[in-house]
Design a protein around this ligand. Structure first.
Ligand code: PRP
Ligand code: URA
Length: 178
């Protein structure tokens, strides 16, 4: 783009990556029975909804989608959390005996995912938790890895990955900003 921005995934590339992840989730879990998705606000929720659409299209069965907001759980903002806007965690179904697929748009240090696992476990006791992300940009600070990855993108710590969504919260593309 000439301004230090590179398109990592265009709209079709993003769609294909999400479709592949949906197939991988189905293969790993042998279908959608007992499967639920939990998206991490805000980008992860949009990606979770995209995956749910695809799972339903492929299997002909709907998959529940919950949402977690991990603002209060993040270990690097403790003490400051009261100054931050706190969103709603909305998991309107039981997690007992479920296979939870946590969904986020970008995986970076892993702190968001650690916090999201806390939030999920506070809500119930699922059989298992798996992780699906559209982009893994590396630089983990915790022993966390994703089970399903749209694209691995080697980055420097100065760079930023931006997953863009349109007004209907559908993913448009993924940019790398230097
Ligand atoms: O692995 P980590 O270092 O924790 O970083 C990854 C998180 O950072 C971004 O969230 P952000 O807080 O920017 O919220 P957003 O989804 O609303 O953009 C991204 O959506 C992940 O949730
Ligand atoms: O580059 C990054 C890092 C964390 N979260 C993002 O959305 N982008």
């Amino acid at each position: 783009m000439g301004d230090g921005t590179t398109v990592i995934l265009d709209e079709n590339g993003t769609k294909r990556a999400l479709t592949r992840i949906a197939h991988e989730i189905l293969e790993r879990n042998k279908g959608v029975s007992d499967l639920v998705l939990v998206g991490i606000r805000t980008g992860g929720v949009h990606i979770a909804r995209e995956l749910a659409l695809r799972l339903e299209e492929i299997e002909g069965e709907s998959v529940a989608v919950g949402e977690v907001d991990i603002t209060l759980y993040r270990d690097d903002i403790k003490g400051h959390a009261s100054h931050l806007p706190v969103g709603k965690t909305d998991i309107p179904f039981s997690l007992e005996g479920k296979k939870v697929v946590l969904v986020d748009d970008v995986l970076y240090t892993g702190r968001t995912i650690r916090a999201a696992m806390d939030a999920v476990m506070d809500h119930g006791r699922p059989d298992s938790i798996q992780l699906a992300v559209l982009i893994d940009r590396g630089h983990r600070e915790l022993p966390i890895r994703a089970d399903f990855v749209g694209r691995n993108v080697p980055t420097s710590q100065k760079e930023i990955i931006q997953v863009q969504f349109n007004d209907e919260s559908r993913p448009v593309d993924v940019l790398l900003q230097k």
